[in-house]
Ligand binder design. Structure first.
Ligand code: NAG
Ligand code: NAG
Ligand code: NAG
Ligand code: NAG
Ligand code: NAG
Ligand code: NAG
Ligand code: NAG
Ligand code: NAG
Length: 462
């Protein structure tokens, strides 16, 4: 008995040390190592995508959860498309371009504005915005243009912007700003939040720089000013909060801080800084939000999702994908606001090293988890997902190390070839049938979310 216990312990110990020795699958020391690591990470992530299999829907990760089809909401497919657009731009590997083009074009919906009727039930301005930002990225990095009879990247980005700038998305509550949800009967329509306005701001700033059309810059500036005036951006600390409700004039601020909110505002501000040839006000905003981002989300220079990472299982599927966007967006900030480069680059490198250190899981010994700071692989199933977000984060971090060696986002003046359409994206009215189903489903989602936020507030307070 004693002997057995001892030898079992010894075998476990041996297994653990072998695992450690075999660990560290990914290396990022040289350009060749980064390319090789990114290639394998991209391959493994694609195994979780079923959109190019017969009978499956191009553009989306398995989901949405409300239909019992998988863990992932519609928007995350758009975010993944963007990650692969960047992957191609940063590494030159075009292996997935056909899959990405197919996905990007399949999800445009009948109005060619990323409002497909299938996803009305979860259609927030932010969800639509993520697809729009991926289209914008495709234009900026000269991702191969779609066939001429298909909508073009720039026009798709403009279409998303146009639907969000339209009067039916704006009202006087809280002195302006976009609501979270688009359909009036979606739960969350009464919430005006940072992510919805942040996507609109970011897209406006980038369209301004790409087209040199001042109208976009005016919208971006007004949107930033609104976020500032409702104090979603803290006037002292430059922390960025989640949002508030219209019935309280947006003063009941949910102070949860998510990394993607501030990173989105930071990147948009860097585009405005670049568009305005270095205006002081945008320089200051970039400086202050960069400082706040690194202070709050990079303890020990490693990406950390503050509101939920401290307890395994507390981050939602959405939140498990934020670190990757933060790495991608910060690496662009370093390019277009070069005064930040010396601050940003070393942090992203340290953080990426921590990211790859924990990719030691699964049968391959190279599956990635979420807990970068811990250095330990934690299986994504602990967080209730198959791991697309976790894998995408690391792919984004590793490939973004190459940003400095690649061309900065282009514009209409500097080599961009994507064709625009100022009239793109007329809003398709949402039918009454879409609404009833949407409200019920979204109520369930929100009830879950509120439960979680309740817990989080308690945890933060305690
Ligand atoms: C889906 O795309 C991946 C990556 O290009 C490829 O390996 C796979 O064979 C494709 N599947 C189908 C059914 O086309
Ligand atoms: C909408 O759902 C149907 C049925 O699942 C599917 O065939 C179609 O491809 C989906 N459309 C989009 C744009 O995803
Ligand atoms: C609502 O808040 C804004 C600042 O965001 C303020 O200017 C306005 O006066 C407030 N309105 C009401 C009715 O309190
Ligand atoms: C942020 O600003 C404070 C005060 O100016 C400074 O002490 C600190 O070093 C800055 N942190 C970063 C990460 O830039
Ligand atoms: C704008 O971005 C370009 C490309 O990276 C860079 O060369 C230029 O210096 C930037 N402008 C400013 C004002 O920093
Ligand atoms: C940062 O490093 C310190 C010292 O090693 C450690 O105590 C702390 O837990 C780390 N922070 C995080 C978020 O991992
Ligand atoms: C740049 O924009 C102008 C004005 O919209 C347009 O005429 C021109 O074709 C665009 N250039 C390219 C390369 O798309
Ligand atoms: C600038 O953009 C706005 C908004 O889309 C559009 O209405 C306007 O025609 C554009 N101006 C020019 C000169 O192309």
């Amino acid at each position: 008995m004693a002997y057995n216990v001892f030898s079992r312990g010894a075998i476990l110990l041996l297994a653990a040390s072998l695992h450690m020795a075999a660990g560290q699958y990914y290396k990022i020391g040289t350009r060749a190592e980064i390319l090789e690591s990114a290639r394998t990470l991209a391959y493994d992530l694609m195994l979780l995508y079923e959109g190019n299999k017969t009978g499956m829907i191009p553009g989306i990760l398995p989901g949405p959860p409300d239909d019992g089809k998988g863990d992932y909401y519609w928007w995350e497919g758009g975010a993944m498309m963007g990650t692969y657009i960047d992957y191609w731009h940063l590494t030159g590997d075009d292996s997935y371009n056909h899959v990405i083009t197919e996905g990007m074009l399949h999800q445009t919906g009948p109005g060619n504005n990323y409002m497909p009727p299938n996803h009305t039930a979860s259609l927030g301005n932010d969800d639509q915005g993520f697809w729009g930002m991926s289209a914008m990225l495709a234009a900026e990095v000269k991702f191969p243009d779609p066939p001429q009879d298909k909508p073009q990247w720039l026009a798709l980005a403009q279409a998303v912007f146009n639907t969000q700038a339209a009067s039916d998305r704006h009202d006087e509550t809280c002195n302006g700003g976009l609501r979270w949800q688009v359909p009036v009967t979606n739960i969350g329509y009464d919430y005006k939040n940072t992510i919805a306005n942040g996507c609109f701001f970011n897209l406006g700033a980038r369209l301004a720089r790409y087209t040199q059309n001042e109208t976009y810059a005016q919208w971006a500036t007004e949107t930033f000013d609104w976020l500032w005036n409702v104090h979603y951006i803290d006037h002292e600390s430059w922390s960025v909060y989640d949002g508030g409700h219209v019935k309280h004039n947006c003063t009941d601020i949910n102070k949860a801080q998510f990394s993607y909110n501030i990173a989105l505002l930071l990147q948009g501000s860097a585009f405005m800084y670049n568009y305005t040839n270095g205006e002081t006000i945008w320089q200051e905003r970039v400086q202050m939000m960069l400082n706040s981002t690194l202070r709050d989300f990079f303890p020990n220079n490693t990406a950390y999702e503050v509101p939920c990472e401290g307890r395994q299982g507390a981050c939602s599927t959405d939140m498990l994908s934020f670190k990757g966007y933060v790495h991608r967006w910060l690496s662009v900030v370093a390019q277009i606001a070069p005064f930040t480069k010396d601050t940003i680059d070393p942090v992203l490198r340290t953080s990426t090293q921590a990211a790859v250190n924990q990719c030691t899981g699964g049968a391959t010994g190279r599956k990635c988890g979420f807990y970068w700071s811990s250095g330990q692989f934690v299986d994504p199933s602990v967080d209730g997902t198959t791991g697309a977000g976790e894998q995408m984060n690391v792919l984004a971090a590793v490939s973004s190390l190459l940003r400095g060696e690649t061309e900065s986002p282009t514009t209409n003046q500097t080599g961009g070839t994507s064709k625009g359409d100022y009239g793109a994206g007329k809003l398709r009215p949402i039918g009454p049938g879409d609404r009833a189903g949407a409200a019920i489903v979204t109520f369930l989602i929100l009830a879950g979310a509120l439960g979680m936020f309740g817990w989080m507030s308690w945890d933060l307070g305690g």
